[in-house]
Design a protein around this ligand. Structure first.
Ligand SMILES: Nc1ncnc2c1ncn2[C@@H]1O[C@H](COP(=O)(O)OP(=O)(O)OP(=O)(O)O)[C@@H](O)[C@H]1O
Ligand SMILES: [Mg+2]
Length: 402
């Protein structure tokens, strides 16, 4: 027998003993794998961005960029041996500042930070259907907003910690705090500013998750039953209260919710100013989303009287992993559009191996090198992703009254 595998023909153990043993085996192996691939405390780096990407994200023409470079104005790009220019993400931010300082007379702002009177935008990405693309959406949205000059905080509210590991954080391995420490009920609570981690994207910080976060689902009903304190009864304010501490540091907060309708998701929804419901356009997924909406409405109604109000500037359904050539999927999108009209995002996130392949190495489309993939596949995926994210950024700016 291979020493690494489970004994298969022992006297049958109790189910709970077996799953404990198998769970332990899986986590040890995965731990080894991830330590080899990504040593603890290793910092992710970020590739540079091509002239066309910079033009797209900053919102200037490529010829303007070339002219600035020739005149020695603004940050100077790296030039490859074949003469291709590229900028780092930091340089893209410098470019924005340069353009604002030396801009034309139009009132356009290249640094899009919020101004006086514009509220912090908190976007919650939800659906209790597992695998509906919440983490992929939240990660790419947060990075896109950072690349387009916003100050972004991404909160991982899923005990599975997928968004954290996408950004190179493995709380269990790296011995760092998680969002649980900001919302827990006992004396160990920490300010959010002590938990926030910087990422490889300038302008994007992350609050990691870990398995402890699951405790919140058990702690909350106990805290609600505690007659000596009001903490539990107002559980729904715990994220918004934490966010208030760092409000002036960010423009947008993106929350990746767990695939369940528990206290974590409810707390995120009451902190949210907008909601994205991700949905894969297949019958079972749409049926399950229907159940999710009914349950959510049913829970929110009674707790509204306790002050748990969801006050949204907007909410939208986002079609994910879409294959437009698949007739039943296209019909399902049509069906949803006739029901939900303007509540559907106009752009869909198409299914692409570029997205899933990047995910295997814990990267997003904004991180992988285009040259490492089939270029046509990469370009189509990025076009779809950028269109979705630009539409969401437009809704955020609209909420600011721009
Ligand atoms: N547009 C896409 N094209 C191809 N693969 C995708 C796409 N979006 C997501 N995926 C893949 O589908 C899987 C599930 O996506 P994701 O983790 O974003 O879903 P989720 O809703 O966050 O899941 P969970 O409910 O477990 O948190 C991942 O392996 C991801 O790489
Ligand atoms: Mg997820």
């Amino acid at each position: 027998m291979n020493a690494n595998s489970m004994p298969s023909r022992k006297a049958p153990a109790h189910f709970e003993d077996q799953i404990l043993e198998q769970g332990d085996l899986i986590s040890k192996k995965l731990h080894l794998l991830s330590v080899q691939r990504f040593p603890p405390n290793a910092k992710k780096t970020l590739r540079s961005f091509s002239l066309s990407e910079v033009a797209n994200y900053v919102g200037v023409s490529q010829s303007t960029l070339k002219k600035l470079h020739l005149e020695g104005k603004g940050p100077s790009p790296q030039t490859s041996s074949s003469g291709r220019r590229s900028y780092s993400a930091e340089q893209m931010l410098e470019l924005r500042q340069y353009l604002d300082a030396h801009g034309r007379s139009d009132s356009r702002m290249y640094v899009p930070h919020r101004r006086v009177g514009e509220k912090l935008q908190v976007v919650a990405v939800v659906n209790f259907k597992g695998g509906s693309g919440k983490t992929t959406t939240a990660g790419h949205l947060a990075q896109h907003l950072a690349l387009t000059g916003h100050r972004v905080l991404a909160i991982d509210l899923d005990p599975q910690a997928s968004l954290s590991s996408l950004h190179g954080f493995q709380p269990e391995l790296d011995q760092i705090s998680s969002i649980y420490d900001a919302i827990r009920y006992d004396g160990e609570r920490k300010p959010l500013s002590e938990i926030i981690q910087q990422t490889n994207f300038p302008g994007l910080d992350v609050v990691p998750a870990n398995l402890d976060l699951q405790e919140y689902e058990y702690d909350t009903p106990l805290a609600m039953a505690d007659k000596s304190s009001n903490e539990g009864k107002t559980f729904f304010t715990r994220i918004s209260r934490s966010l208030a501490e760092v409000d002036d540091r960010y423009d947008v907060v993106v929350i990746d919710c767990p695939p369940q309708l528990g206290y974590l998701t409810l707390t995120a929804l009451t902190a949210a100013t907008s909601v994205l419901i991700t949905i894969h356009p297949q019958m079972l997924d749409v049926m399950s989303m229907g159940q999710f909406l009914l349950m959510l409405g049913g829970i929110l109604k009674p707790i509204r009287s306790a002050g748990a109000e969801v006050n949204l500037s907007w909410y939208r359904y986002l079609i994910t992993r879409y294959e437009p050539t698949d007739v039943p999927q296209a019909q399902m999108v049509g069906f949803m559009s006739t029901m939900f009209h303007e509540f559907m995002l106009k752009h869909q996130m198409v299914k692409s191996t570029a997205i899933s392949d990047a995910g295997i190495t814990k990267q997003t489309l904004y991180e992988v090198e285009r040259s490492s993939m089939n270029r046509g596949t990469y370009d189509r995926a990025l076009e779809s992703m950028d269109a979705v994210n630009a539409e969401i950024a437009g809704l955020i700016h609209q909420a600011w009254g721009r």
